[in-house]
Design a protein around this ligand. Structure first.
Ligand code: NI
Length: 137
C-alpha cells in the first residue's frame, strides 16, 4: 500500500514534548507514533456510533464478601450475546479481580460495562474501549 507524505508545523516546545513522549512509549520514529494516534482517534470515533461493533474490556475489583460474583454472573448471562469471556482471580483473602471481555454494538457494550461497574461493592471499575480491529489499517 502506498503512503501519503504529511507535513505540518508545530511549536518547537510541542515538538520536543512529542519526541519525549514517543521515546517514553518506545516508538522508534514519529510516523509510527502518529499512525497509532490516528488509529486511537478512529477507535474513539467508532464508540460514538451507537450501532458500530466494538470490543471492550471491563476491569473490576471487588470484595467477594458481597456475593457480588453471583450478581455479576447473572448480569453477564442476561447479556450473554455481548460477553466473550471472563477471568476471575482471587487477589487476597477478600478481594477479587475480574476482567470481562465484551463485543457488540457500542451502545450495548457501554451500557453493560457501566452496569457491571456501578454495582454496589465494586471498589474499582474501568471500561476499556477497544476495537474489533476490522476498520483499522
Ligand atoms: Ni475471588
Amino acid at each position: 500500500m502506498g503512503k501519503v507524505r504529511v507535513s505540518f508545523s508545530l511549536d518547537p516546545d510541542l515538538m520536543e514534548r512529542f519526541d519525549r513522549w514517543i521515546r517514553h512509549r518506545g516508538y522508534t520514529n514519529r510516523s509510527e507514533a502518529f499512525r497509532d494516534m490516528v488509529r486511537e482517534c478512529q477507535v474513539e470515533e467508532a464508540w460514538t456510533r451507537a450501532n458500530h461493533e466494538v470490543a471492550a474490556a471491563v476491569v473490576l475489583v471487588y470484595s467477594h464478601a458481597h456475593l457480588l460474583s453471583r450478581h455479576l454472573i447473572e448480569e453477564e448471562h442476561r447479556h450473554h450475546r455481548w460477553v466473550l469471556a471472563r477471568t476471575h482471580v482471587h487477589l487476597d483473602e477478600e478481594n477479587c479481580l475480574e476482567v470481562v471481555l465484551l463485543r457488540g454494538p457500542a451502545k450495548e457494550v457501554a451500557r453493560l460495562g457501566h452496569r457491571l461497574i456501578s454495582r454496589t461493592g465494586v471498589k474499582f471499575g474501568r471500561l476499556v474501549p477497544a476495537t474489533t480491529g476490522k476498520d483499522l489499517i
